[in-house]
Design a protein around this ligand. Structure first.
Ligand SMILES: *[C@@H]1O[C@H](CO)[C@@H](O)[C@H](O)[C@H]1NC(C)=O
Ligand SMILES: *[C@@H]1O[C@H](CO)[C@@H](O)[C@H](O)[C@H]1NC(C)=O
Ligand SMILES: *[C@@H]1O[C@H](CO)[C@@H](O)[C@H](O)[C@H]1NC(C)=O
Ligand SMILES: *[C@@H]1O[C@H](CO)[C@@H](O)[C@H](O)[C@H]1NC(C)=O
Ligand SMILES: *[C@@H]1O[C@H](CO)[C@@H](O)[C@H](O)[C@H]1NC(C)=O
Ligand SMILES: *[C@@H]1O[C@H](CO)[C@@H](O)[C@H](O)[C@H]1NC(C)=O
Ligand SMILES: *[C@@H]1O[C@H](CO)[C@@H](O)[C@H](O)[C@H]1NC(C)=O
Ligand SMILES: *[C@@H]1O[C@H](CO)[C@@H](O)[C@H](O)[C@H]1NC(C)=O
Ligand SMILES: *[C@@H]1O[C@H](CO)[C@@H](O)[C@H](O)[C@H]1NC(C)=O
Ligand SMILES: *[C@@H]1O[C@H](CO)[C@@H](O)[C@H](O)[C@H]1NC(C)=O
Ligand SMILES: *[C@@H]1O[C@H](CO)[C@@H](O)[C@H](O)[C@H]1NC(C)=O
Length: 860
């Protein structure tokens, strides 16, 4: 192994320059092509006319004088194409590039030479890029680099970016041999363990060190006290455990940026240990736990922070005033104290002190009031105080206090009364979220009219009411997203004619009335349109389906009528919900071109005709519900080609014919449903609902059991008349099986008791016989699961198995007739109501006697 690696490196390094003539050297061009071929690089385009000049290729930089490659950018090449699978770089492919100064390999999920354990490169003359290659060989346990002339080969201001690879700890000791490093990026590199052995102690010139998103544990090495040049230190999202007060962090007086978010540092709330870092501008302390230390609350820090974040870091009941240092900050631009459960009034003083604040994030605390001294104006443009406990009204004054807001989020509080119309006159305001409050009365038209700058307006989940009326002359071209859902708005939709540039319109769950205005069809930017759960009536304007951008259309639960236009061309539509209306007509070719359709819910309408065969061409279809219409005919075989289907509900129609066995995996290349049955990993059906399916020839297809991810199976109200297939026990995730109202015979397979997720099991009103399995969760099902099977016995039924049963009793089939007539089932329920065993017995016997000529075959 050792010899081979040596051979590879030494030989190729030894090759002298085979000089090309101009532009790019032929030898290097060939090497690049080889690299390209192995890496399957997608970005290295053969830019037209530059095939021979590799220096002009994407990701390649040359020294123009000597025409040799000096820089290769190979970052992020593999990620999108192959996901996060480790891959292996053949290091010798890089050897031809003798003048290479910079090699970027970050975000490639580099693996390495998987078998290599010992690599001896001592006494060679290595170029610096070997360092980055070495780090990608995770199997190396012993690495020898003595006398390799490494130090000095990296220029002092060299940058080494190895982030987002799968490195092993050995890289740290390798890097430790390059004391000239200034900037080192090792984020997201799968480093783990402590830094005690490989502490990067030699890297005292480091100015920037990024170790975030690794699994490093333990404390910071004490030798870091010598890293006195460090300005930017990012240790976020590791497992460091250290006390900030005694850690080397206190010595790093040059720090300008420090992130210790997402670790287990012990941080005193006064931030006293960092108080002498006068250059500190950015301090990130999210997702960590501060401990209260009031002693040094009066301590005046020497830093003036520009960015301070501390979300989800305070324990319950913590007051902002415990953060002594905040009293002395007046230069903050961005502050995030979200998710800290801070009680009491909103700390307006923070705003007063920090007049340059650009972004204030205070969401998910327990602030109760938002009182601002009158006549004070704050410059802050972005404010998020959502998800607090703020009560009372939003005053007119509030709008005067914040004249420069451009983004205001007050959602999920307890604000009430009216929404002040003055919000509409804040010229800079483009995003306003007041949803999930208790605002009542009307929506001020000032928020919607042409003077408003709003692009985003959310007022959903309030108690707003009344009609929305806009002047006929206003034309608001700004508003792009409007959420009015879950209020009590009334009136018609004519206001939409003034806001025609909407991309998103959600007015669901209101009481809007009238027809769908034709002008909706002119709103050509619409992507999401949700008008569900209103009282809209009339026809659906035909042009609606021709909106070029529309992806989500929900018109469900209105009173819309008429049929769907045949010229329904909606290439991008992926979700259509028209359920719960009075739509009729056939589906002929209505959606046959909507190849991106994922959800199609046309249930509870009056559609008729056959189930269209073209549904089988909608290869993305995942949810299909045609329940509760007047469709007739059989199950079209074409549906068998829908590989992504997870829910299909065709119940409550007039369908008949055999249940297609392709309800199995449906993995068919060419049409035929019943030919090939294999399970495919990407195919899953969560739920099948085919009740009632007029199924004449009887059995539940065995293949159904291959749908192992199925959660719900409903075959009730059919005419299934064979045994319950044992193979159902393959449906290991199934939660609900409903086989009621069929003519199933035989016993309940004992195997079904192994379905651990089963919560609902209904085989009532069949002709099942024998003992009811009682193991596992079958012990929990009550009588209602088994009603109307007069030959079933055992718990929870009151029939004792010792009295009953010849399971082969052929009378069962003949009793069917009576059951179909309906009164059988009613009688069978009596005994439970009356609690009379005897009556039950005799009614059953009598029933069989009168309705079944073969009753004497029954052995009670
Ligand atoms: C690099 O590889 C890709 C994918 O294999 C190929 O499409 C491209 O043409 C290659 N580039 C060059 C310059 O050969
Ligand atoms: C690495 O690349 C060199 C030169 O192209 C080749 O000879 C060698 O076989 C490759 N090694 C592996 C393990 O693919
Ligand atoms: C070692 O590296 C330095 C700096 O790059 C270089 O000047 C020197 O020639 C190298 N030594 C040898 C023996 O190649
Ligand atoms: C990340 O490191 C752990 C050990 O620390 C190792 O088990 C795991 O395989 C590594 N992941 C990758 C993708 O190399
Ligand atoms: C800091 O560096 C000096 C000399 O370079 C060394 O003697 C000392 O031990 C180092 N301190 C730590 C804590 O490693
Ligand atoms: C900060 O500096 C002062 C005096 O310069 C010193 O007394 C104090 O101990 C220092 N604090 C820390 C945490 O180093
Ligand atoms: C900041 O606000 C606090 C509390 O209101 C106050 O005591 C302090 O003097 C203010 N600091 C500055 C610099 O304005
Ligand atoms: C809200 O804050 C609490 C801590 O106070 C946290 O546990 C929770 O995850 C936060 N919720 C959200 C939605 O951020
Ligand atoms: C807008 O114009 C329509 C007719 O074009 C009229 O019925 C309606 O009353 C007008 N609405 C307002 C607010 O002026
Ligand atoms: C559809 O319903 C409308 C009334 O809403 C009726 O006039 C029309 O005849 C119906 N069409 C079909 C095909 O049933
Ligand atoms: C049950 O699942 C197994 C795989 O877990 C499969 O081999 C077998 O064919 C399935 N049985 C039936 C009846 O589908």
């Amino acid at each position: 192994m050792k010899n081979k690696a040596l051979w590879m490196l030494v030989v190729v390094w030894g090759i002298a320059c085979l000089c090309g003539s101009h532009g790019c050297r032929e030898q290097e061009r060939i090497a690049l092509l080889a690299l390209n071929a192995t890496l399957d690089l997608i970005y290295w385009m053969d830019i037209e006319g530059s095939y021979f000049n590799c220096c002009s290729w994407e990701g390649v930089e040359c020294n123009p004088t000597i025409g040799r490659v000096t820089q290769l950018r190979l970052s992020s090449l593999r990620y999108n194409r192959f996901g996060s699978n480790t891959w292996y770089l053949n290091a010798s492919l890089l050897l031809p590039f003798k003048e290479l100064k910079s090699l970027e390999l970050s975000e490639n999920y580099l693996g390495g030479l998987s078998q290599l354990e010992v690599l001896d490169l001592s006494s060679n003359f290595l170029d610096h890029y070997i360092i980055s290659v070495l780090g990608t060989i995770p199997s190396i346990r012993h690495l020898f680099l003595q006398d390799s002339n490494l130090s000095g080969t990296l220029h002092v201001n060299e940058v080494l970016d190895l982030s987002s690879n799968f490195l092993n700890h050995i890289i740290l000791s390798v890097l430790n041999t390059i004391p000239s490093l200034w900037h080192l990026f090792l984020q997201d590199s799968n480093l783990s363990g402590t830094l005690h052995v490989n502490g990067l102690c030699n890297l005292i010139k480091l100015e920037e060190l990024d170790l975030c998103i690794n699994g490093i544990t333990g404390g910071l090495p004490t030798c870091w006290r010598n890293m006195t040049s460090i300005r930017i230190l990012n240790l976020a999202n590791n497992e460091f455990t250290d006390s900030v007060a005694s850690s080397p962090l206190t010595s790093l007086a040059s720090l300008e940026f420090l992130s210790i978010s997402g670790n287990h540092f012990n941080i005193p709330s006064s931030l006293g240990p960092l108080a002498n870092h006068s250059r500190l501008k950015v301090l990130l302390l999210d997702d960590t736990k501060l401990t209260v230390d009031t002693k040094v609350a009066s301590l005046i820090p020497r830093f003036q922070l520009k960015v301070f974040t501390m979300s989800n870091s305070l324990s319950k009941g913590f007051k902002v005033t415990f953060l002594g240092c905040l009293n002395h900050q007046y230069d903050l631009r961005m502050m995030d104290l979200s998710s800290n459960d801070i009680p009491g009034p909103f700390p307006t003083w923070l705003l007063e002190n920090n007049t340059k604040l650009e972004m204030l994030i205070m969401r998910n605390n327990s602030f109760t009031t938002l009182e601002v001294p009158s006549m004070t104006r704050f410059n802050v443009p972005v404010m998020d105080i959502s998800n607090n406990d703020i009560r009372g009204g939003l005053t007119t004054e509030f709008c005067a206090n914040f004249p420069y807001l451009d983004h205001l989020n007050l959602s999920a509080n307890r604000l009430e009364e009216n929404i002040p119309s003055e919000l509409g006159s804040i010229k800079s305001l483009y995003s306003l979220d007041l949803s999930r409050n208790n605002f009542s009365r009307g929506l001020p038209s000032q928020l919607l009219d042409s003077n408003s700058s709003l692009i985003d307006l959310k007022v959903a989940y309030n108690k707003l009411q009344g009609a929305i009326v806009l002047s006929n002359h206003t034309m608001n071209l700004n508003l792009s997203r409007l959420h009015l859902g879950y209020n009590m708005f009334t009136g018609d939709l004519s206001f939409l004619s003034s806001i025609v540039n909407l991309k998103l319109l959600d007015i669901s769950n209101n009481s809007f009335i009238g027809k769908l205005p034709r002008l909706i069809a002119n709103m050509s930017y619409l992507v999401v349109l949700d008008l569900s759960k209103n009282h809209l009536d009339g026809l659906i304007p035909q042009e609606l389906f021709n909106l070029g951008e529309l992806m989500y259309l929900d018109l469900s639960y209105n009173n819309l009528s008429g049929s769907l236009a045949s010229s329904f061309i909606s290439h991008w539509l992926s979700h259509i919900h028209l359920n719960g209306n009075k739509l009729n007509g056939t589906l002929a070719h209505v959606l046959s071109e909507s190849f991106n359709l994922v959800t199609l819910d046309l249930s509870e309408n009056e559609f008729s005709g056959s189930i269209p065969y073209w549904l089988g061409n909608l290869s993305e279809l995942s949810i299909l519900s045609l329940r509760g219409n007047c469709f007739i005919g059989t199950f079209p075989e074409q549906l068998c080609s829908l590989k992504g289907l997870s829910m299909i509900d065709l119940s409550k129609n007039n369908l008949f014919g055999p249940l297609p066995s392709c309800l199995g995996p449906m993995n068919f290349d060419s049409g035929g449903c019943a030919t090939k049955v294999t399970s495919t990993p990407y195919y899953r059906v969560d739920a099948i609902d085919l009740s009632p399916w007029r199924y004449f020839n009887g059995e539940i297809p065995q293949e159904i059991a291959i749908l192992q991810d199925m959660l719900m199976l409903n075959l009730s109200h059919n005419k299934l008349n064979e045994h319950i297939p044992m193979s159902l026990w393959n449906l290991t995730k199934i939660e609900s099986i409903d086989l009621s109202y069929n003519n199933l015979i035989g016993s309940i397979p004992e195997e079904l008791t192994q379905l651990n997720s089963l919560e609902i099991f209904n085989v009532s009103y069949n002709d099942l016989s024998g003992a009811i399995p009682n193991k596992n969760q079958f012990g929990a099902f009550d009588e209602s699961s088994y009603y109307g099977n007069h030959l079933l016995c055992g718990l929870p039924l009151s029939d004792d198995c010792s009295k009953t049963i010849n399971v082969n009793c052929s009378a069962t089939k003949s009793c069917m007739k009576a059951k179909e007539d309906g009164w059988f089932s009613k009688i069978v329920q009596w005994p439970n109501n009356l609690g009379s065993l005897v009556l039950h017995f005799w009614i059953m016997a009598g029933l069989c006697f009168f309705s079944c000529p073969l009753w004497f075959l029954c052995t009670f």
